[in-house]
Design a protein around this ligand. Sequence first.
Ligand code: SF4
Length: 258
Amino acid sequence: MKSHLPSSIYGPVESWRLGISLGVDVLCVDSICSFECVYCQLGRINRVTKTRAVFVPTEKVLADLENADWPRADVITFSGSGEPTLAANLGEVIERIKLRTHKPIVVLTNSTLLYDPQVRRELYKADKIFCKLDAWSDAVLKRVDRPTEGVSLETIIAGIFQMRREFDGFLAIQTMILRPPNEFETEKLAEILYSIRPDEVQLNLPTRPVPKEYFLETRGNSVGFADGGAKIKTIPPAELENLRAKLSELTKLQIITR
Ligand code: SF4
């Protein structure tokens, strides 16, 4: 019987840091996240929650995989229509895709559920985990990421910190920069990064348009500003480079920019 759900697999697409990446979207019934980031390329998060559930059955994801050009991919990336760790079958899906493809698995997470040991255990089946950390204070967290109730910077950092201690794979921190932190804030951010000791820190600028509403294609990288998306105000690349150099000096970590 043909499923009425869209495909949970998209791409493969060329990614600046991963090579040819095949996307897995374990949430594709809607946009679902525990954040409503001001720069979110999905446009609008229709279900703001931190409750886990199965949104797309594992067998459906595996059937979609068979219909995709997965052999061409260098890597398989879990991202898509929101926060992948909200899918209660995430661990099972990672395991089954890995068994089938033997490709490296990357998960992009917003870090809000990492305080949960079960979520961390599921993520450890991946090879690389990219953790979002946009804020150095609860005020910045509220302004930039607009979390659902019960999410604090303290629980986010504690979750990432615990993951760093337990996970043998590659752990990166992704930080979106909308305005440059002042000296005090830069030191605060450096302190947090230093305490986590990730393998890499990626400083990003919001280059993707923010559409008014969520539609499935927003999960990929083919939606342009011409399609009605808004551009987010940010800083020039030279200022980002200054911040990178400063954070690198303070933390001695590998810090890259885009
Ligand atoms: S965490 Fe990602 S999916 Fe969720 S609102 Fe932020 S940018 Fe969008």
